[in-house]
Design a protein around this ligand. Structure first.
Ligand code: SAH
Ligand code: SF4
Ligand code: F3S
Length: 470
């Protein structure tokens, strides 16, 4: 496999736009507006990719619709991170045989991280004949061409070559929200944590040029974005593959100095590369949210080594303590895996004690899921499933009590929040730390910053009352 990043040229993209025009003409000749449905699984990276798929589809003349039933195109943008995520996709893909039977012209595509696995594309080739095309994340930029080939009767399309990955600037995007925007600053991952499939399906780490990122952020802010979340599997290694003399902290500082009324968030930070410089930069700029998602995965240094995480319990704690020292109001969240192969009861207890020591606002908790092709899938794993479930439940109970305690401490406090939407009879807002607040109010407040006094709390969310504009 070659390891060089390919930059997609303007001429190559223009060729894709020419396919968009041809598809738009195709539908114009049929005298109706076709519908397209994109279903997204997995993380924000996939959400961001789906905005590009919708951008292309819109340029091809499709109206974006909210369900597969009756849609002319269905795209399943999938996640491969755990077995359960894949089972859900296969289940939903099976159900599409019925929508296609009722609407035989329907074209069905599977893309995203699962499409990067040879075994998945083999299974679709064999057992899911109603699927017209499979393309990995490396081929997303070629979607108009793939769609055109399928529309004009070519054979089923399978574009899943094992590649280090490319960077394509200028793909149109239809964003879910005007207020909140995802901005990918890099793609892929080089870390090869032993349990994780991402490096195999998303290719090598590659950073976008800082001027492209800054231009995108400027334009979003000018067009009313109030919150920008920078995305990458390991944002802290931003720039290592470029010769631009800029690291992630420098990039954050540049974005934080764009004039406007906005907040910056980012994810995910790998603890190995999280530096004091990064935390100092976060502390220095008011526009950088005091929120940090710093996955620790395990509280045991032995397990961390087996996971190939390149930090131990002590260095993780040192980093967290420094971040908390320079940002006393920091909202800290994390990911943790229970039941990694060979994890002993004592090692699990080290995870519990780390949670109690750090006091996270919330945690994303996972039971280890063996991913074919990763080193951990071949490791000896003698712990029975029931035991892993018991550990998982215990961990969740410990964290829920901590989250509840932290949330209860908000009661009576007044926090600056961005009002971002409505959920039934309440408006929703996010604190600077990213906590969800629900409060009564009218829709004109959506898109504004408001002070909200917290009146009640649960493990998951806060309820409040309006205390006036900021
Ligand atoms: N790049 C991010 C993580 C992306 S995946 C980082 O390194 O922090 C999101 C989370 O899924 C991971 O942090 C991990 O906790 C979990 N995860 C990944 N692979 C998994 C597996 N095979 N089984 C269980 N959980 C897994
Ligand atoms: Fe997976 Fe590790 Fe890369 Fe995160 S840093 S995406 S867990 S290999
Ligand atoms: Fe899933 Fe791919 Fe994200 S595997 S978690 S969608 S990078």
């Amino acid at each position: 496999m070659n390891t060089k990043t390919t930059v997609i040229s303007q001429a190559e993209l223009d060729a894709q736009f020419a396919f968009c025009d041809k598809i738009a003409d195709y539908w114009r000749a049929r005298g109706r507006t076709p519908g397209a449905y994109v279903e997204t699984y997995g993380c924000q990276q996939n959400e961001a990719d789906s905005e590009k798929l919708r951008g292309y589809l819109t340029q091809c003349g499709y109206a974006i619709v909210r369900e597969a039933e009756g849609a002319d195109v269905v795209v399943m943008n999938t996640c491969a991170i755990r077995e359960h995520a894949e089972q859900r996709v296969f289940g939903n893909l099976g159900a599409l045989t019925h929508t296609k039977r009722r609407h035989p012209e329907q074209k069905i595509f599977l893309c995203g991280c699962m499409a990067g696995e040879q075994s998945v594309s083999d299974r679709i080739r064999r057992s899911y004949p109603h699927v017209d095309g499979v393309f990995s994340t490396h081929h997303l930029w070629q979607f108009p061409q793939i769609l055109w080939n399928v529309l004009t009767g070519s054979k089923r399309q399978f574009l899943i070559a094992d590649e280090p990955g490319s960077i394509a600037e200028g793909i149109p995007q239809v964003r879910d929200s005007k207020l909140k925007a995802w901005v990918s600053i890099m793609y892929g991952c080089n870390n090869f944590c032993t349990y994780c499939i991402v490096p195999y399906v998303r290719g090598r780490e590659r950073s976008r040029q800082p001027e492209d990122i800054l231009a995108e952020c400027r334009s979003l802010i000018e067009n009313g974005a109030r919150e920008i979340t920078l995305l990458g599997q390991n944002v802290n290694s931003y720039g290592k593959d470029l010769d631009c003399g800029m690291d992630f902290a420098d990039l954050l500082a540049e974005i934080a100095q764009i004039p406007g009324d906005f907040l910056i968030r980012f994810m995910t930070s790998h603890p190995r590369d999280a530096s004091e410089k990064l935390f100092d930069t976060m502390a220095k700029y008011p526009r950088i949210a005091k929120q940090l998602h710093l996955p620790f995965q395990s509280g045991s240094s032995r397990v961390l080594k087996a996971m190939n995480r390149h930090y131990d319990r002590e260095t993780y704690l040192e980093k967290v303590n420094y971040a908390k020292k320079v940002m006393p109001d920091l909202v800290l969240t994390s990911d943790v895996i229970v039941g990694f192969p060979g994890e002993t009861e004592e090692e699990f207890e080290e995870t519990i004690s780390l949670i109690q020591q750090v006091h996270y606002d919330s945690l994303f908790t996972f039971i280890f899921s063996p991913r074919p092709g990763t080193p951990a899938a071949k490791m000896d794993d003698p712990t029975p499933k029931e035991e892993k479930n018991r550990r998982f439940d215990r961990l969740c109970a410990v964290q829920n009590a901590i989250s509840e305690e932290i949330h209860n401490a908000y009661i009576g406090k007044t926090l600056g929040c961005l009002v971002d939407g409505r959920d039934k009879d309440m408006l929703t807002a996010r604190t600077e730390g990213g906590r969800l607040v629900r409060f009564p109010g009218c829709d004109e407040l959506i898109g504004t910053w408001q002070n909200i006094t917290i009146t009640a709390a649960t493990t998951w969310s806060l309820t409040g009352a309006l205390a006036g504009a900021i």
